[in-house]
Ligand binder design. Structure first.
Ligand code: GRF
Length: 321
């Protein structure tokens, strides 16, 4: 199994979600390990549990510090722990924009409502007062706006007749303890998920001028030009049992360039079976080291080789200077 992703958890209190993550991480096939539990409250009960489980802890009160200064202390502790991801689990602090930016796409939170409903506090009572039939919990990426980032997963929890805020909260908490470890596992392994990889390619291919997607022999491909006369400049390949599982096919200037690339990096490049003779090259996207800017460059280069003159004329002129 690939190396485990290193995770720091931030808490302020009870830490039951933290406990759920800690115990999930004990499974041999869990793709993450907990390397730090940090708190702004030295008395947070969750810290004692983390210590008992031999996980490094760090507590630093925020009293008397600016938000930025306190966030910086937490940030430094997280970096020292070697964590690549930050998981908020009942961390009752509004985070500074600077901290959020440093952990963009690598910080998640759990919130006890079906977002975008009921951001902030008092979510259970608000769901009851609204007469909702279902409540639930959401795991989302953290962005500067409170409880507002892209939602990764949700669990619906039925509201029962006679529920009050406490009874509803305790049932939602059971759902949280299931949802958080599973969602985190999926998130930290997303780069190996062919659907995620395809999305990365798609958004870069479609960002090029006059491109559209069309399937070719069951694989997504991207063409430049009109729907009628467009030409393919890239294909996505996914072979489940073949040697290479996920790759991108783009055009090179010809067989010489194709051979030179394979020679220079035989792990990254290979000649695709059905297109190889025409100078197409396949680039592996499943090695865990994909440089997405490099892929964007490849897509642009391949696009340019087949795009109609009226689209490339300006670029050709610019190139002469
Ligand atoms: C949970 O309800 C969570 O949804 C919210 O804060 C609470 C934390 O509980 N963000 P615990 O400390 O994990 O037990």
């Amino acid at each position: 199994m690939a190396e485990k992703a290193r995770v720091a958890i931030l808490i302020s209190g009870r830490g039951s979600n933290m406990a759920a993550l800690v115990y999930a991480a004990k499974a041999g096939d869990c793709p993450y390990e907990i390397v730090l539990v940090a708190s702004n409250d030295p008395a947070a009960p969750g810290l004692a549990l983390a210590e008992a489980e031999a996980i490094a802890t760090c507590a630093h009160p925020h009293k008397g510090l600016t938000r930025e200064a306190h966030d910086q202390i937490m940030h430094d502790a997280i970096v020292r722990s070697g964590a690549e991801y930050v998981v908020l689990a009942g961390y009752m602090r509004i985070l500074s924009d600077g901290f959020v930016q440093k952990w963009a796409d690598r910080m998640v939170n759990i919130h006890p409502s079906l977002l975008p409903k009921y951001k902030g506090l008092d979510t259970y009572q608000r769901a009851l007062d609204a007469g909702d039939r279902v409540a639930g919990c959401s795991v989302h990426l953290v962005t500067p706006q409170l409880d507002d980032g892209p939602i990764l997963a949700q669990t619906e929890v039925a509201i029962l007749p006679g529920d009050d805020a406490d009874s509803l909260a305790s049932r939602i908490l059971i759902a949280e303890h299931q949802l958080y470890p599973a969602t985190l596992a999926r998130y930290v392994t997303r780069e190996a998920d062919p659907e995620w990889i395809l999305d990365q390619v798609r958004k870069r291919a479609l960002a090029l001028e006059e491109t559209h997607e069309r399937e070719s022999f069951g694989s997504p491909g991207w063409r430049v030009g009109s729907e009628k006369t467009g030409k393919y400049f890239a294909y996505f390949t996914q072979k489940l049992h073949g040697e290479a599982s996920v790759g991108l096919l783009v055009k090179t200037s010809g067989l010489d360039e194709q051979a030179a690339l394979i020679d220079a990096d035989p792990e990254l490049y290979y000649a695709p079976k059905f297109y190889g003779k025409s100078g197409w090259i396949a680039i592996r996207l499943d090695l865990g080291r994909t440089d997405w800017d490099h892929i964007a460059d490849w897509l642009a280069k391949s696009w340019r080789l087949v795009a109609p003159k009226r689209l490339t004329r300006m670029i050709d002129i610019a190139d002469q200077f």
